[in-house]
Ligand binder design. Structure first.
Ligand SMILES: NC(=O)c1ccc[n+]([C@@H]2O[C@H](COP(=O)([O-])OP(=O)(O)OC[C@H]3O[C@@H](n4cnc5c(N)ncnc54)[C@H](O)[C@@H]3O)[C@@H](O)[C@H]2O)c1
Length: 286
């Protein structure tokens, strides 16, 4: 897939841009000479982030299609179009799947999955309309590739973002589209994700979700926490190269490979899988 090498003078939109990874992405893109619109539901944080980064802040609820369409209309009206859209807003809270209420599901999937769907629906036509194409970034997670107990809802949303993005990437390629796509898949990053319920609307209150700052808890101690600027650096390289996946934590490869191996073994049987691997190794050696 083609990358977007020349960012200067172009327009970007970053959802969830008032905090953490989104704010760091906005800062990096502005450093590349882009005009950046940050869209977020948390008005006060949005105003602070806009003042700090030099981005334009537009209050948006990504869980509402009307709100995201209004964002796209406003960006088009003010800047004439858009070249790069980062569907990044997200929330995470913990509960077992068995305990999650329907409002837990509605809130989480509304932001993490429908937010990305709304972003694609509202912005893809604008990206396609550019003669020189455009670029989409959908923020998933390493949680989009393996399941963790207590994070089932989050895992469902991120697997879905990976599936959605992989499908769209195949379709764009088949169409010979000039729109590129990267799936951002961070590992643990120090942000405010552990207090996500600060932005949960009252109409979706009630359920089993608990906000947990994993970084501050013992179970987060074995993880390698990185800062959001490091994620933005990885993403920038991926956008310029046109990489489908942007991972920040290569050490998770063994977990992802183990899952894929289990699936492949279930598909063809362990013996047949070993034979496939032996044959492909033989081909590589020659
Ligand atoms: N922090 C991590 O360890 C980590 C790891 C992998 C993936 N991610 C993903 O990165 C993305 C950014 O999260 P973060 O870690 O920077 O957390 P964060 O809480 O610091 O930032 C998320 C932003 O999304 C905004 N937001 C929440 N609901 C919204 C809504 N309905 N509409 C618009 N904006 C909304 C919040 O106000 C906040 O500014 C998320 O998609 C998250 O799932 C984070």
């Amino acid at each position: 897939m083609s990358g977007m090498d020349n960012l200067a003078g172009r327009v970007a939109v970053v959802t969830g841009g008032a905090s953490g990874i989104g704010r760091a992405i906005a800062r990096r893109l502005i450093g590349q000479g882009m005009t950046v619109v940050i869209a977020d539901i948390e008005q006060s944080a949005l105003e602070r982030a806009a003042a700090e980064t030099g981005a334009v802040g537009i209050c948006t609820n990504v869980a509402s299609y009307e709100s995201v369409q209004a964002l796209a209309d406003e960006v088009k009206r003010r800047f004439g179009g858009v070249h790069l859209v980062c569907n990044n807003a997200g929330v995470a809270s913990t509960a077992s799947v068995a305990d999650m209420s329907l409002s837990d599901w509605a809130w989480l999937l509304g932001v993490n999955l429908w937010g990305v769907i709304h972003g694609i629906k509202a912005f893809l036509p604008l990206l396609k309309a550019n003669p020189d194409g455009g670029y989409l970034v959908n923020t998933a997670s390493v949680a989009g590739f393996h399941a963790t107990p207590g994070l089932g809802g989050y895992t469902v949303s991120k697997f879905a973002v990976v599936a959605l993005s992989e499908s769209l990437a195949l379709e764009l390629k088949a169409d010979g589209s000039k729109v590129g796509l990267t799936i951002l898949c961070p590992g643990p990053v120090s942000t405010k994700l552990g207090s996500s319920q600060r932005n949960r609307p009252n109409e979706l209150a009630g359920g089993a979700f608990v906000d947990r700052d994993l970084e501050a808890l013992e179970e987060g101690g074995g993880l390698r926490w990185i800062d959001a600027d490091a994620v933005a650096d990885v993403l920038l390289t991926a956008i310029k190269r046109g990489d489908l996946y942007a991972f920040t934590h290569p050490e998770w490869a063994s977990i992802v490979c183990a899952r894929h191996r289990q699936i492949a073994e279930a598909l063809v049987g362990a013996t047949a899988l070993r034979e496939c691997e032996r044959l492909s190794q033989k081909e590589t050696d020659h």
